[in-house]
Design a protein around this ligand. Structure first.
Ligand code: PGA
Length: 251
């Protein structure tokens, strides 16, 4: 069942991770051009910080991939949400599984980062998702409940927050969750959002994990999927634009 007709934001978010230099900005130009022709769907590209500044006038909404929970100060190497907003970002990813795993980020820290993003005027794209082990132990829905309860602050709403469900085992692996797994997880997440937040029914909920041009149409037709968070396939215009169009065609 599709969500055609719901008034939630339909969004394709690219995440370049730690890839790209200024020599790749031609890809952003092409993506920006294609984004102008979209109807209801929107595209947003989360770039490494310096590339946000370099691409800020291309006409494509841009985002960061992480921010500090602090607004400024002696935090060597960290990046503030205020600076991200200043160089042109509209949003920032927080709680990506690579940050949770490689930088030991906790739900509490991620909630603080979301609040920092909001105070800088950015939307927070809050990522949640179970690991292989949690999935094999049958803990997927409990893990999602815990991450939602603790990494989404109580003041989250449909304007300031986008939730991304990314099963960790599907990220960069070429394995995607089945439509039925996605439907179950997204229904569970939607229920939490609706029960907890006055605008929970209107919050955009993205799927991420090995999304590409071949599986996008099927995944975007699953109930409660309002778009995607795309890593590898967002690095080139030729692989990202078909995903943007797939969402737009069903929106
Ligand atoms: P992938 O990454 O599309 O390369 O699997 C998704 C993500 O990490 O956001």
């Amino acid at each position: 069942m599709s969500d055609r007709g719901t008034n939630r934001r339909k969004l394709v978010v690219g995440n370049w991770k730690m890839n790209g230099t200024r020599s790749n900005l031609s890809e952003v130009t092409l993506i920006a051009q294609a984004a102008r022709d979209l109807g209801k769907a929107e595209a947003l590209l989360c770039l490494p910080g310096p590339l946000i500044l370099a691409a800020k006038d291309f006409g494509l909404p841009l985002g960061g991939q992480d921010c500090s929970a602090e607004l400024e100060g002696a935090f060597t190497g960290d990046q503030s949400a205020i600076l991200l907003a200043d160089v042109g970002a509209k949003a920032v990813i927080v709680g990506h599984s690579e940050r949770r795993a490689l930088h030991k980020e906790t739900n509490d820290l991620i909630a603080s980062k979301a609040r920092a993003a909001w105070s800088a005027g950015l939307s927070a794209i809050v990522c949640i998702g179970e690991t292989t082990e949690e999935r094999e132990n049958g803990e997927t829905l409990d893990v999602l409940t815990d991450q939602l309860a603790n990494s989404l602050p109580d003041t989250a709403n449909a304007q300031n927050t986008i939730v991304a469900y990314e099963p960790v085992w599907a990220i960069g692996s070429g394995k995607t969750a089945t439509p039925s797994d996605i439907e179950t997880a997204h229904a569970h997440i939607r229920k939490h959002l609706q029960n907890r937040f006055p605008t929970g029914a209107k919050m955009s909920l993205l799927y991420g994990g090995s999304l590409n041009a071949s599986n996008a149409t099927q995944i975007f037709s699953v109930a409660n999927v309002d778009g995607g968070l795309i890593g590898g396939a967002s690095l080139t215009a030729s692989t990202f634009i078909p995903i943007m169009r797939a969402l737009d065609a069903g929106a």
